[in-house]
Design a protein around this ligand. Structure first.
Ligand code: ASP
Ligand code: MG
Length: 416
């Protein structure tokens, strides 16, 4: 007997048939004697539909009223799921965020959870009921409805699991776990049995969009065992957990990549103190996040070239912001490139193993992939390359580090 928090995403509750399927799934846990708290998203597409409605009446709709609107999506699914459970002879109670008192701050559209009241939930569980909670929403101290930002139901589930000290928080979705890389790029990508919170944060922030990043941070902070599994295919999924010293860690867990990058280079910068600040400062002042930074000084002329990357959406603004700075600095020119991509090897095993970087560069060199920039951290090596080589690079690295699974474990792309 365990206490489990389960979260079902939009596609898992996208039709009434799917809601019935989810209800049957929940019942199997109840039949085993587990206590189950369920968090659901809105039916797939519903939150976008509501946003479009808002935009039709007010092009810049934001704040309190938008949250009143957006929170309705999840209210539909909690009630339908509770009805479907009741029909199976599985008593259930639905609650909106404010009803179970998921207390948040008052930052409408991106509120943060502060506390969760457990009394009501515990009482229902004690009476043998399944508790069904609306994801993505809460209430502030003044009784206003708030929402947690897109994908926020993951965070609701993790926060509930942390508050209730659940044995596990299970995130049910349309993929059956976290993969070594995107199976659409590498067909023999392998599902990972386990991955650490740290690795998952790197994978998630680099574009493997399985979980809302904030929910992974939350789970790591409160030590909530988190499992990603498929609603539609049976299997163990991927457990996201702490590093386990007894187990032999894989050297590399996965390869993340992102096409959302752009590169800017300021050439011919006089090499004296304060220059980096003036260049990066001009971009930061526009609230643009800078990712990788490289500076090199030519020995002959003593002038420096300064290159950095930003999100592709920020490219034009960053360019403009730089122009003035470049004039003041009397640098030569600013160049830019939006056809670049970032590829990263992620693995906690890197901490204790040397030579990963050279093996990575060797594999890329062999394929004729030119590396434009490099950055490293304790558990990650990232390179910037030309976008046209992205898939080639990901495949080459997946091979070089032997990340593919044995044939029987390979993804059956027809099955998912
Ligand atoms: N329904 C919300 C969204 O689409 C929250 C969620 O699904 O997690 O972003
Ligand atoms: Mg989601």
């Amino acid at each position: 007997m365990a206490l489990i928090v389960q979260k079902y995403g939009g596609t898992s509750v996208g039709t009434t048939e799917r809601i019935e399927h989810v209800a049957r799934k929940i019942k199997t846990f109840r039949d085993k004697g587990d206590d189950v708290v369920v968090v659901v998203s809105a039916m797939s597409g519903e939150t976008n539909r509501l946003l479009e409605l808002a935009e039709a009446v007010h092009p810049h709709a934001r704040g309190r009223e938008l949250d009143v609107l957006l929170s309705t999506g999840e209210q539909v699914t909690i009630s339908l799921l509770s009805m479907a459970l009741a029909r199976l002879g599985c008593p259930a109670r639905s609650y909106t965020g404010s009803q179970v008192c998921i207390l948040t701050d008052s930052e409408f559209n991106k509120a943060r959870i502060q506390t969760i009241e457990q009394e009501r939930i515990r009482e229902d569980l004690g009476k043998g009921r399944v508790v069904v909670v609306a994801g993505f929403q809460g209430v502030d101290e003044h009784g206003n409805i708030t929402t947690l930002g897109r994908g926020g139901s993951d965070t609701t589930a993790v926060a509930l699991a942390a508050a209730l000290k659940a044995d596990e928080c299970q995130i049910y979705t349309d993929v059956d776990g976290v993969y070594t890389t995107d199976p659409r790029v590498v067909s023999d990508a392998r599902r990972l049995d386990r991955i650490t919170f740290e690795e998952m944060l790197e994978m998630a922030s680099l574009g493997s969009k399985v979980l809302q990043i904030r929910s992974v941070e939350f789970a790591g902070k409160y030590n909530v065992p988190l499992r990603v599994l498929s609603t539609f295919v049976e299997g163990p999924g991927t457990l996201i957990t702490f590093e386990d010293e007894d187990m032999e860690e894989a050297l590399i867990s996965g390869i993340a990549f992102s096409r959302d990058e752009a590169q800017l280079t300021v050439t011919g910068v006089p090499d004296h103190p304060g220059v980096a600040y003036k260049i990066i400062g001009a971009v930061s002042a526009l609230n643009i996040e800078v990712d990788m930074i490289v500076q090199n000084v030519g020995a002959a002329d003593g002038l420096a070239d300064f290159t950095f990357t930003v999100h592709r959406n920020d490219y034009e603004r960053a360019m403009e912001g730089l122009r003035e700075a470049v004039e003041k600095l009397e640098a030569r020119e600013v160049r830019g490139d939006t056809r670049i991509a970032k590829v990263s090897l992620v693995g906690v095993g890197m901490r204790s193993h040397a030579g990963i970087a050279s093996k990575m560069f060797e594999a890329l060199g062999r394929e004729g992939v030119n590396i434009l920039m490099i950055s490293t951290s304790e558990i990650k090596i990232s390179v910037i390359i030309q976008e046209k080589y992205l898939e080639l690079a990901v495949r080459a690295l997946h091979d070089a580090f032997e990340l593919a699974g044995p044939p029987e474990e390979r993804v059956d792309s027809a099955g998912t």
